[in-house]
Design a protein. Structure first.
Length: 95
C-alpha cells in the first residue's frame, strides 16, 4: 500500500542552510541600521535589497514558522505594517 501524502506535505519544503542562516541573522539586534546593512553584505554577499527579497520569501515558508514561529510572525507583522503604510501614502500633485 502506498504512503499517503497530505497536501501540506507537498507544499512544505525543508529550510535550506541559507534560509536558516537568514532566520538566525534576524534574531540579532543592531545598534543602528548601517551596521545591519554592512553585516548583510559580509554575511550573505548580497546587497540589502536582495537580502530583504530573500527574507520575505523565507518567512512565507511553512517550515520557517515551524523553525521559529515567534520570529516569523514578528517579521510578517512588520512586513504587513510597512506594506500598509506604503499603500496609505497619498501622492499629491500641485497644479
Amino acid at each position: 500500500m502506498a504512503e499517503q501524502v497530505s497536501p501540506s506535505d507537498v507544499n512544505s519544503q525543508p529550510l535550506s542552510e541559507r534560509d536558516i542562516a537568514i532566520l538566525e541573522f534576524e534574531r540579532r539586534t543592531w545598534p543602528h541600521h548601517g551596521a545591519k546593512e554592512q553585516a548583510i553584505r559580509n554575511s550573505f554577499d548580497v546587497g540589502p535589497a536582495r537580502y530583504y527579497q530573500l527574507l520575505n520569501g523565507v518567512i512565507d515558508l511553512p517550515a520557517a514558522a515551524q523553525f521559529d514561529p515567534i520570529l516569523v510572525r514578528r517579521l510578517q507583522r512588520t512586513r504587513e505594517a510597512r506594506t500598509t503604510a506604503r499603500a496609505s501614502r497619498s501622492f499629491t500633485t500641485t497644479d
